[in-house]
Design a protein around this ligand. Structure first.
Ligand SMILES: CC(C)(COP(=O)(O)OP(=O)(O)OC[C@H]1O[C@@H](n2cnc3c(N)ncnc32)[C@H](O)[C@@H]1OP(=O)(O)O)[C@@H](O)C(=O)NCCC(=O)NCCS
Length: 215
């Protein structure tokens, strides 16, 4: 049994764990990047530390018996510009921690991926009709049991109640279950960008996909 609710600060470690365990197209991040904490500080901390009022979790147990075990999360953000501002304010600290070797896992695989990521060129895309965004993942052994649908419903209802005009998300051709599901929910493909970024880990080129939904 599980129930959907908003994030609480006591969920931080569990959300970080699940994020690291699912970042590689639903599998652990270490398939392509060994410095898990560096990734989480760069990517996930915004949602837990600043946008927790738009971070939905599926917690194991009933609402009355919530043990803080997280089965899935939807990291949301109603204003993507705020995410960019947060990143600019925090990136120096993260770079400093990296060059002073405070993160484990700074292997050649990690550094190669970081280098290629920093050189990734995405064509310009006007996302102003879709100011909100989301990232969603559920525990591998619980997929297909309705958690993703419940998280998505909670977040889209929240955005509609806040009069947010649209939401976008980034995914890829490797997310075989998620892509048709997003399309069934009404998300429309806005951009497709072929890339070799993950070739070392998946063995072939993939397409990075951006989807948008007007609310
Ligand atoms: C995509 C994801 C978040 C959906 O969450 P979920 O809890 O599995 O979602 P639900 O059980 O509500 O199912 C959502 C849809 O996916 C389908 N689905 C889920 N698991 C499936 C599976 N193993 N095989 C086929 N279809 C599956 C469901 O049938 C459902 O489709 P429907 O609405 O047409 O019935 C989750 O499967 C996941 O984390 N996948 C791996 C990581 C990923 O791709 N995340 C998205 C990153 S962009």
């Amino acid at each position: 049994m599980w129930h959907v609710r908003l994030y609480q600060p006591t969920d931080r470690a569990a959300v970080f764990q699940l994020c690291g365990d699912t970042t590689f197209f639903g599998a652990p991040i270490e398939h392509f990047f060994d410095a898990r904490e560096l990734f989480l500080d760069t990517f996930a901390a915004y949602y837990t530390d600043r946008a927790g009022d738009h971070l939905w979790v599926a917690a194991a147990g009933s609402a009355e018996d919530d043990r803080g075990d997280i089965a899935g999360y939807l990291m949301g953000c109603p204003d993507t510009a705020d995410n960019h501002r947060w990143f600019r304010a925090h990136v120096r600290k993260i770079i400093w921690r990296t060059i002073t070797l405070r993160y484990r896992g700074l292997t050649s695989k990690t550094l190669r991926f970081a280098w290629n990521y920093l050189h990734l060129r995405m064509p310009y895309l006007d996302l102003s009709p879709y100011p909100a965004h989301l990232h969603i993942n559920t525990r591998a052994e619980l997929r297909g049991s309705g958690i993703g649908t419940a998280l998505m419903r909670a977040y889209l209802d929240q955005l509609r109640s806040e009069n947010i005009p649209g939401v976008h998300l980034e995914t890829s051709s490797e997310n075989k279950i998620a892509v048709p599901w997003y399309e069934k929910l009404g998300f429309q493909l806005l951009q497709r960008t072929p890339t070799d970024l993950y070739k070392a880990s998946v063995g072939h080129s993939i397409d990075l996909l951006v989807y948008g939904l007007r609310l």
